[in-house]
Each structure stands twice: as C-alpha cells, then as structure tokens.
Design a protein around this ligand. Sequence first.
Ligand code: UDP
Ligand code: MG
Length: 312
Amino acid sequence: MDISIVIPLFNEEESLPHLAAWIDRVMAAQGCTYEVIMVDDGSRDGSWQVVERLHAQNACYKGVRFRRNYGKSAALNVGFSKAMGDVVVTMDADLQDSPEEIPEMRRRILEDGYDMVSGWKKKRYDSKLAKNIPSKFFNWTTRRLSGIPLHDFNCGLKAYRREVVKSIEVYGEMHRYIPVIVKWAGFTNIGEMEVHHRKRQYGVTKFGMNRFINGYLDLMSIMFISKFGKQPMHFFGAVGSMSFLFGFVAFVIVCTLRICGRISLTHSVWFYVSMMFILMGLMLFLAGFLGELICRNSTTRNHYLIREEIIE
Ligand code: UDP
Ligand code: MG
C-alpha cells in the first residue's frame, strides 16, 4: 500500500462525497495504491451512511465509527493504528484542505527523507478575529517553546512516514501538537510545505474560542511531560529544595535575631515567610515522590523506540 489517507470527521455529510471524488481524481492521476480511512467521530448527521456508501462503491474507502464524539485527536489516533500505507496523510473532511497537495508531500517524504511534512496555510480563509490572529500568536509560542521551526502547527494536512505514526500516541486535544510529539519520539526531520486553503463550504467549524485556553494548557503539559515526564523528582525536587533552603536560611536568621533580642518572633513577618517556604518545599518534595511512585508503576515506563538493531 503506497498511501493511507486518514480523515477525522464530525458532522460533515455534505462535504464527504465531494472530497472522495476529488481524492479519487488525484489518486488516479498518480497511479498508486491507496486507502482512505474515514473516522466518524460520533457524527449525528448522515455522515456514516455516506461512508458506508463510499465503501460499497470503492473498497479503498474504509470506515471506523465512534459511539460518541471523542475529539479529533482520538479519531486521528485510531486512523493511525489502522493505516497500512508507507506514507500516511491526514486531512480535514471539510474541503478546506486540498488533496492535490498529497503527491508532493509524499515525494518529500520518500525522496527528501522527511519523517513528517506539515502543511502551512500561508493564506488562510477563516475568520480573522476568531482564528487567524490568535493562531499566529499560538504558533509563535509553540515555535519558541518546542524549538521546531514551523509556521503552522495545527494544519490538518500533514504527511508522515508509517513508522512515525506507529510510534506516537495522540490523545486529549494534542492533535495541535503532533509535530512536538513527533520530535519528542525521536523523529527530528520535520519539514513544512505551503498548502492551499479554502473557505469552509458546508457545515460549521467544530472548534470555538475555548480552544485557545485549552490549547495553551495542553502546551504547558506537553512541555512539562516531555521534560520531566519520566523523572518528576528532577522538577519537584529542585524547586522544593530551593524553597526549603530559602525558608531554612530565613528561619535561622530570624532565630538568631531573636536570640540577640533584636526582634520578637511572632511579630516578624519573616518568621511566617520562612515557615511558608519550608512547608512549600516539603509539599513539593512530597509531590515529587508521588510522581516517582506513579512513574514506577506505569506500564510504559520502559517504552523505548528502537531505530535499528544488530543482534546475532
Ligand atoms: N473533527 C472531528 N471531531 C471533532 C471536531 C472536529 O473529527 O470533535 C474534524 C472535523 O470534522 C474536520 C476536522 O476535524 O474534518 C477539522 O475540524 P474543523 O474544520 O471544524 O476545524 P477548523 O478548520 O475550523 O480549525
Ligand atoms: Mg476546517
């Protein structure tokens, strides 16, 4: 199988037939073997019936249907687990992404050796206030924090080498950070390609303004986990020690001053400050210990990704 196209969809019944016809046209011109995996993320319209019809007409079309709406990340994750193609492409179902970009993305993976090629909607056709301006800021922070030089992290159109999608797990709302997850899994050859973007023709966007708040919270947790996920004590222990040390030194000074008769303990604000820092330090340490216990019991604690092996 040359290409797997994974399409998460939620209430997109009008778009699907047009999208399928477009994909078929592009793929026929390429002459390669392909499969289209449509993951119905709990649609409440006739989307699943469309998927069934597409499958009946052409066995390249495959479908997975969730019992309820789990979110785009879950849909992508299931699509990744089913994909069999050498190159796996993801795209949105709403006709905003163009299948015409797929051959060039595939070429870059096969010939230029990229692990992943991410689309860049340089000219976006979404509402300026709700999407374009916040997303510029969002991309800027993600770029700075992750060190990955992409302009557009959250583009639905992306292509991967098969090994990459089999090595990552996308959950929660982490689909916005797939390049970060990919880099963290050890695939560093991440490229970007300018793609055409179009106005949504049918239906409505599924993501409101709250995605920016959640997006930033997710970014913080993903950065924290990638740094300290396997050794929480390195974070909590360090911050806890600093806090404890500061509190302890302040406490010793306050006590010395008290012994010299300069101040009264309970009237000095520094007495309470030192106590607070000592207690905070102990609590952070405790959090670190709990984190280590959780890591020790995690079934994935020894989950390494092996690139090659020479074992006789
Ligand atoms: N989607 C999904 N589950 C959800 C929300 C969205 O599978 O809970 C799909 C949706 O059908 C579309 C893609 O994810 O194919 C991108 O969604 P949308 O176009 O609403 O996002 P936007 O382009 O507005 O950022
Ligand atoms: Mg869209």
